[in-house]
Design a binder for this molecule. Sequence first.
Ligand code: SF4
Length: 339
Amino acid sequence: MGGDPALAPPALQEGAAQGKPAIPSVIPQRKTLGIVGRAGKHLRSLRGFFYATAAPARPKPSRSFESHWEFIGARLRQFITYAVMMCVFLPLAFSPFLGLNGSMTSDEKASLARFIDLASAHCRGGYLAGQTEYRFADDISTDTVDSMERLADDVRSCEACRLCKTRKKAVPGEGVLSPLVMVIGEGPGADEDATGRPFVGRAGQLLDKMLAAIGLSRQTNSFIANVIKCRPPQNRDPYPDETIACASFLSRQIQLLRPRFILCAGRIAGQTLLETTAPIGKLRGKFVDYKCGDLTMPFIATYHPSALLRNEELKRPAWEDLKLLRSALVDAGLGDRLQ
Ligand code: SF4
């Protein structure tokens, strides 16, 4: 048996020359956490069973222990964490039936959910996953609705810049609370000025179709607003002092609505929000982090629908931007809220 002894390692060549088998009769065994004797043997055979059946499927991260006491301590810690988690999780799971969580504040629920996440991550091997932001649908209703209505009233009665003198109706914005996507355009046009609603003209209808193509709509999962809430005369670009005067409304809306993503439509909105003079062709097609107060959210810019109506060639890159947004929504685990 074996092959040419000359090809074997020197130690084995020596054994072969003396008529011994070319394969060592005792294969060195790995120590199992320093446990010897019968217990160690059982532990090794148990480990062999699991290695033989499960290991080839997926390599497991290795972790070494100085002694079996350290190993026992680590397992004990995981067991205690798991037990505590169960003590919290089980009552929480049954709390809707018992009416226990009706009086919990949003912060209390978020803290509890975060604790359960961290504890379960620890049980899975001590790896702490990224922090998740928790929101609870039953907390949105009262405060946010009141605040959004107050904000819309503030916009309608605002006289902070000259545009209040030429507008017919201010346009605060419309859509759902806690939206997946907040679409932000430049400002109202003639149709929006007449109705007090955002994106209702031809460009608005195209925007609705574009959003629908990736599962979004202002009726179910999006909110639509503008940087400027009143129409500039003859659809001119808003002046910097007008944009500055109006900025607090948009920032209050973002902080109240807490959208998961921002889709910015057009050059003016992109340049204003990102505080840049770069052309829209340079701003579009990629995600950047947008900060507003204590919030940071993914932000993507694309062409304004009215630009697409003027130039058919821009439709393809705009569609690429929308596909990027949809992929990001799905990757973020929000696919089930798309239509
Ligand atoms: Fe007020 Fe904004 Fe309208 Fe100017 S554009 S009047 S700041 S709401």
